[in-house]
Design a protein. Structure first.
Length: 93
């Protein structure tokens, strides 16, 4: 609650997502896979859906397998609309 209050006071209405880095082969860009659960309409079975987002990583700190938080931002390129906010957990070697 406290964190949400400080973000609105700063004027940020930006969406954030938590996902796993699946690629870091591009310069200053990572691909983050975000998983969500949806209920299938016919049988009400819960299934997993994944989305992939290109995110800007200025310092190159995120590696494949890391769990990261990304934040919505202005368009940085044709496909990049997200920016790396923080690395939550590092991947085990």
């Amino acid at each position: 609650m406290e964190q949400a209050r400080t973000e609105t006071e700063q004027g940020r209405g930006r969406q954030t997502k938590i996902g796993r880095v699946v690629s870091d082969k591009m310069a200053k860009t990572i691909i983050v896979e975000v998983e969500r659960r949806v209920q299938e309409s016919r049988y009400q079975r819960t299934i997993k859906r994944t989305s992939r987002f290109h995110a800007h990583d200025e310092s190159g700190e995120a590696k494949v397998g890391d769990r990261v938080r990304i934040e919505e931002t202005r368009p940085l390129s044709k496909t990049k609309r997200w920016r790396l906010r923080e690395v939550l957990t590092k991947a085990e070697a």
